[in-house]
Structure formats: structure tokens, C-alpha cells
Design a protein around this ligand. Structure first.
Ligand code: 13P
Length: 356
């Protein structure tokens, strides 16, 4: 392993003013997205859609540092025969690859999941590196169960049979660290993504407390398994209330609590943190990132690694029609530019209105 080179790639992934496009939806997930815009999901429609994104010259060269691909996409060719991965390289962005194989039920923990994909991972990483991937992603999913205590009642040990269990947190952290160690041995920068879902009715403080336990356990496992922190990127959720919670936190509260949480849990040796959007609205995801970067004085660079918050608008504008490619690219470029500004703490709401 060459740590200096891993660190160089990690720093490039969080270049100021740039962030990561998560275009690594599995075939099942992209079908759901295409269903919403009434587009049939075929190998060709998936290729056409992603080719549209990767050929968005302004977005890709100015605002996007890296692209996370799905296995199908990394082997696919554009209409003119150019491998899609070469389009990404030509734009100046770094190609990456999702290597987890989705989630499975966790035995003994009803309702909880563990991420699969460690089998033969070393061999797969070697093939992806040869194809051009320089970073990878693995997502662990932690759910917050309903009604397991509000602020003041939800400390560690008071969950009883509630979700998440410490078992689920531990096995997922262990798998993340196993994956990260294998990536570094293959000269690939791991994006370590422990996602605490925002699907429930929990408030922001409950999310804070669960995320703290998840991050603490993740960094403990990374240390045990000798992962070099300078050669990785963390992809966390923000501290945010569940979608079904009646009391939603303000942008400033999300920003302040997320920064406080990350300062408590993430060593300064980590070069960068690239957030997932997790089901936030496009504008919320941008506003939260900008507010955090406005706080400033942080030991790591903070940027985006958004899937839905970068792609919902271009998907709608494109809607599967060749004549809409330019409109789709404009929509993608706009969201990428807004998030680029947010990565510098310079986004303002009226920039959205002006563009509309
Ligand atoms: P979202 O931004 O849509 O949450 O996707 C990011 C991602 O890569 C999830 O693994």
C-alpha cells in the first residue's frame, strides 16, 4: 500500500468547490427512480441516462470531484463506443465503484440489516482498479426504531429491545472496517458510509445519540483493523430529525449539531467528510452543507456525496427523452453548482430562485 498516493486521491475527492456524484444505484433502485418518471429501466436507458450526466461538461469539470459507479456502469460503453468510465476520466473527475452487495436480514436482530459483499472482495477490487477505479464505497444501514425514547431517555443501555441494537452497530462497523482494509491493500480509497436512516419519527437529538454510537464504533473497528485514516473518506448522515417527526430542526440547528457530533467522533487525520443526502429535499441538503461550511474552523474538508439530491431534478427534466438531454444536463449542472457553493459555505437561497 502506498499511503501518500491514497491520501492524494482522498484529498482530490474533497477538493474545495467540488464534491462526489453518487450514481451507483443498483438495478433495483434505479428502476424505482425511473418508475417515478415513467421510463422503462433497461440496460440501454440506464446507459443513456448516465451518459447524459457524465457528458455534462461544466458540471463534471468544475463541480464534481468523483463519481461512484455501479458494477454494470463501470463496464458499459457510451453510444459512440467510449467506455463510460473514460468519459469521467476525460472530464477530470475520479471514477469510483460501489462494492457492497446490498443488505441482508441480520440473524438474531429482527428488523435489522447487515451489509453483504466481503466474499471475494479482494479479487473484485483488483479488477476494478485495472478498469480505472481509484476509490470505492460500502454503505452500512442503521435504522432507528419507533418510540425507543426521546431526549434524556435514549442514552446507551436504555434501549432495551429497541432498534438499533449494539449488535447491529457492531457487525456493520466490523464489515465496514474489513472492506476499508481490503480497499487500501488494493490501492483504492475507501468511502466508509455508515448511514443512520432518517425514515422514522425520532427527533434530532435521538439521531445525534445513535449516530454518535455508530461513528464511535466505526472508528474503533477501523483502528482495530489498522485502516489508515489519512487514506479514507467518511460518508455520514447529518444530525437531523426523522422525516415523520413533528418537530423538524432548523437549518442552523442541523448544522451546529452535526458539526458538534463530527468533532466529537471523527479524528482530524481523516482528510474529508462527504455527506449523503438520505432523502432530504434538494434544497435542504444544499442549505445544510453550506451552513456547516459557514461555521468553519474544521479539521477536515466537508462536501457532498449526493445521490438523490443531485439527480432528482435532472431525472425529471430528462424523463427518458433524447430531446431533453440538454435540459437534463442544465438541471444537473445547476444542482452541482449550488452544492459546489455550499461546499465553500457560499450558497444563498436566492440563487435558487434566480435560476428558476
Ligand atoms: P443519497 O444522497 O440519495 O442518500 O445517496 C447517497 C448514497 O450514495 C447512498 O449510499
Amino acid at each position: 500500500m502506498n499511503l501518500a498516493d491514497l491520501n492524494k486521491v482522498a484529498l482530490a475527492m474533497v477538493t474545495p468547490g467540488k464534491g462526489i456524484l453518487a450514481a451507483d444505484e443498483s438495478s433495483g433502485t434505479i428502476k424505482k427512480r425511473f418508475d417515478a418518471i415513467q421510463v422503462e429501466s433497461t440496460e440501454q436507458s440506464r446507459r443513456d441516462y448516465r451518459e447524459m450526466l457524465f457528458r455534462s461538461q461544466e458540471a463534471m469539470s468544475q463541480y464534481i470531484s468523483g463519481v461512484i459507479l455501479y458494477d454494470e456502469t463501470i463496464w458499459q460503453e457510451a453510444k459512440d463506443g467510449t467506455p463510460l468510465i473514460r468519459l469521467i476520466e476525460q472530464s477530470g473527475a475520479i471514477p469510483g465503484i460501489k462494492v457492497d452487495e446490498g443488505t441482508q436480514a441480520l440473524p438474531g436482530c429482527p428488523g435489522e440489516l447487515v451489509t453483504a459483499g466481503l466474499d471475494k472482495l479482494a479479487e473484485r477490487l483488483k479488477k476494478y482498479y485495472e478498469r480505472g477505479a481509484r476509490f470505492a464505497k460500502w454503505r452500512a444501514v442503521i435504522d432507528i426504531g419507533p418510540g425507543t425514547g426521546g431526549p434524556g431517555t435514549s442514552g446507551p443501555g436504555t434501549n432495551g429491545p429497541g432498534i438499533p441494537t449494539m449488535t447491529a452497530i457492531h457487525v456493520n462497523a466490523h464489515a465496514l472496517a474489513r472492506y476499508a482494509a481490503l480497499c487500501q491493500a488494493a490501492q483504492i480509497v475507501p468511502i466508509v458510509e455508515p448511514e443512520v436512516l432518517m425514515d422514522g419519527d425520532h427527533d434530532i437529538d435521538r439521531c445525534y445519540e445513535v449516530t454518535q454510537r455508530v461513528l464511535d464504533e466505526t472508528f474503533r473497528e477501523l483502528r482495530v483493523q489498522r485502516v489508515e485514516l489519512e487514506g479514507m473518506i467518511l460518508k455520514p448522515n447529518m444530525a437531523i430529525a426523522g422525516k415523520k417527526c413533528a418537530k423538524q430542526a432548523s437549518v442552523q440547528e442541523v448544522a451546529e449539531k452535526t458539526i458538534r457530533l463530527l468533532k466529537a467522533c471523527v479524528p482530524a487525520a481523516v482528510p474529508g467528510i462527504a455527506f449523503l443526502s438520505g432523502g432530504q429535499s434538494d434544497e435542504d441538503a444544499t442549505a445544510h452543507l453550506s451552513a456547516m461550511n459557514r461555521i468553519g474552523g474544521l479539521p477536515w474538508r466537508l462536501t457532498f456525496s449526493y445521490g438523490r439530491a443531485l439527480q432528482a431534478a435532472p431525472q425529471k427534466a430528462w424523463s427518458g427523452k433524447a430531446e431533453n438531454v440538454a435540459a437534463g444536463q442544465r438541471a444537473f449542472t445547476h444542482r452541482a453548482r449550488m452544492n459546489s457553493l455550499a461546499s465553500r459555505g457560499e450558497w444563498k437561497a436566492d440563487l435558487e430562485k434566480k435560476a428558476a
